[in-house]
Design a protein around this ligand. Structure first.
Ligand code: ADP
Ligand code: MG
Length: 441
């Protein structure tokens, strides 16, 4: 017979995402021997996973027990000592209790972070900070667009320190503000100060939301000063450089630059490919190279899209019992692309191609035989023919070519190249998707 713990875990499976289940819940084992009706004990392989499950799922788990037994137990997630634990010994030895209270995603680690030219600087800075917190760069300020890995990087430092048994607080401006208001109205400000000024590492995500909130800026300023005076590490993220955050006190702006300001740029295609591979590995999704490359051309800059796409592909393929082939992928993601494709014009294609390939739009339409320009022109023609309703004679006229046979010749040439040269095909697909993205903005 299945133990009640197992029943709860399988009930939980149907309530949460497949990814959450595979990654976290599946790693739990129910402790039959020590559990009681009002205390359900589960073993987790390491404190990071234990902490995450405790924060995210324990309430749901207690509820599922209540449905099955009529009693709502306390859920205790403990770290199992002993064999087959993949994490490092330091992780295993860390006291579990210290981990509570901070909400870190255990998969946001340095090992899971793909380093490329676009994020190299921020990565090294974060790595250094994790090795010498409070000493090298304090604060570390990481800024960049949405989905570029800021939260991932800052939490990687958090996970390193958490595993060493340090106190780590991860918070958003909103949470900090709520906490502040609650303690203020409860007259427990000393506890608020204790919490935020006595931690070893304070992670504040998306600090741009401090903008215009004066009272909390004041409080944050004092927290900042207290931590820095004690050489406690602070890491801050933002969507822009401190100087560019409006509605922020000057003294805060200047302090944000006291340590190190590191930016993250949108990833290059190669980095996107590596990130997809990494996400596949973590989520145990198997994709072949062609599919990975195709997905890389679809996502623009926001890496967050990757997990959505992976789980979509996974879900569809399981539902239909088929492998994730390139045709399958194109089909599943077709709608996503089609939506973006409705109002593409030849002008837009030319501007995008010109910009991406570093030539001038006017050169594309000229008669120049310069090889870069010929290359750009051919791609622009190919994309115009594939993505717009224009006929070959119309395109011939637009691109200043003799007649439609010249266009048809170009089309054949490009198709042949795409068939034989994978790098070239990826490049063209990427451009094609870039054009589509521009219209969807
Ligand atoms: P941000 O905070 O900058 O908006 P996140 O840190 O939330 O971005 O990243 C969005 C998603 O993309 C996360 O799942 C994260 O793990 C992933 N990601 C972003 N950059 C990388 C990278 N270089 N390597 C691995 N995963 C990444
Ligand atoms: Mg973030």
């Amino acid at each position: 017979m299945n133990s009640i713990g197992k029943q709860v875990l399988s009930a939980l499976k149907s309530e949460i995402s497949e990814i959450d289940y595979q990654r976290y819940i599946k790693q739990l084992t129910f402790n039959d021997v020590e559990s009681k009706s009002n205390l359900a004990i589960f073993n987790a392989p390491n404190p990071l996973i234990a902490n995450w499950i405790r924060t995210k799922f324990s309430e749901k788990m207690a509820h599922l027990f209540e449905i099955k037994t009529g009693i709502k137990p306390t859920i205790s997630i403990i770290v199992q000592s002993g064999k087959n634990i993949p994490s490092s010994p330091a992780v295993i030895a860390a006291p579990v209790e210290r981990a509570s209270g901070s909400l870190l995603n255990p998969s946001y680690t340095f090992q899971n972070f793909v380093v490329g030219g676009s994020n190299n600087f921020a990565f090294i800075a974060a790595k250094n900070v994790s090795e010498k917190p409070g000493v090298v760069y304090n604060p570390l300020f990481i800024y960049g667009g949405v989905g570029l890995g800021k939260t991932h990087l800052m939490q990687s430092v958090g996970n390193v320190m958490l595993a060493q048994g340090k106190t780590v607080i991860y918070t958003s401006v909103e949470q900090f503000l709520n906490d502040f208001s609650r303690h203020l109205s409860n007259r427990t400000m000393d506890r608020f100060k204790d919490k935020y000024r006595k931690c070893d590492l304070l992670l504040i995500d998306d600090i741009q939301f401090l903008s215009g909130k004066n009272q909390i800026q004041e409080e944050f300023f004092h927290t900042f000063e207290a931590l820095r005076n004690e050489n406690k590490q602070i890491i801050i993220t933002s969507d822009k450089h401190p100087k560019k955050i409006g509605g922020l006190e000057e003294r805060l702006k200047s302090r944000f630059e006291w340590g190190l300001v590191a930016d993250i740029q949108p990833p290059e295609l190669e980095t996107k490919i590596e990130i997809i591979k990494k996400k596949c590995e973590i989520n145990r999704v198997k994709l072949d190279r062609e599919v990975i490359n195709y997905v890389a051309t679809i996502i623009e800059n926001n890496t967050r899209e990757i997990e959505g796409i992976l789980s979509k592909l996974n879900a569809y393929s399981q539902l239909m019992g088929v492998d994730i082939t390139i045709e399958f992928t194109r089909n599943v993601l077709k709608e996503q692309m089609a939506e973006k494709r409705s109002n593409i014009t030849t002008d837009l294609i030319m501007d995008t191609v010109a910009k991406e390939l570093n030539v001038k739009s006017s050169e594309i339409r000229s008669k120049s035989r310069n090889s870069n320009i010929v290359y750009a022109r051919r791609i622009a023609i190919y994309l115009s023919r594939s993505l717009t309703p224009n006929s070959m004679p119309q395109l011939a006229q637009y691109f200043g070519m003799k007649d439609h046979t010249a266009v048809s010749h170009t089309m054949k040439k490009i198709q042949e190249l795409m068939k034989n040269d994978e790098d070239f095909r990826i490049k063209v697909e990427e451009l094609s998707n870039k054009v589509s993205m521009v219209t969807s903005e």
